[in-house]
Design a protein around this ligand. Structure first.
Ligand SMILES: [Zn+2]
Length: 84
């Protein structure tokens, strides 16, 4: 199996970043909504968590659809970030 891949898909990297961010925001919204809260705050944060979940699912779908059509699943993510 070859490991090094020369070409990089910038769209994949951007969609992967959006997906990861949306998933993180969803996780945070869940953590917030499951605190001990008064009823109003609870309802608000549950709504936020549901919306964050939908955004994360939509971002995941965009990523998967791009990779499925472009066949760029083997390419590294985040390689554009300077190291060192
Ligand atoms: Zn791609």
């Amino acid at each position: 199996m070859r490991f090094a891949i020369k070409s990089r898909c910038q769209i994949r990297a951007e969609l992967a970043g959006s997906y990861a961010t949306a998933a993180r925001l969803y996780a945070e919204a869940v953590a917030n909504s499951t605190q001990v809260l008064d009823e109003k705050k609870y309802q608000d944060l549950c709504m936020e968590a549901r919306e964050a979940k939908q955004r994360a699912e939509a971002a995941g779908l965009r990523f998967e659809e791009h990779v499925a059509s472009h066949k760029c699943h083997g390419e590294p993510v985040g390689d554009h970030v300077p190291r060192g």
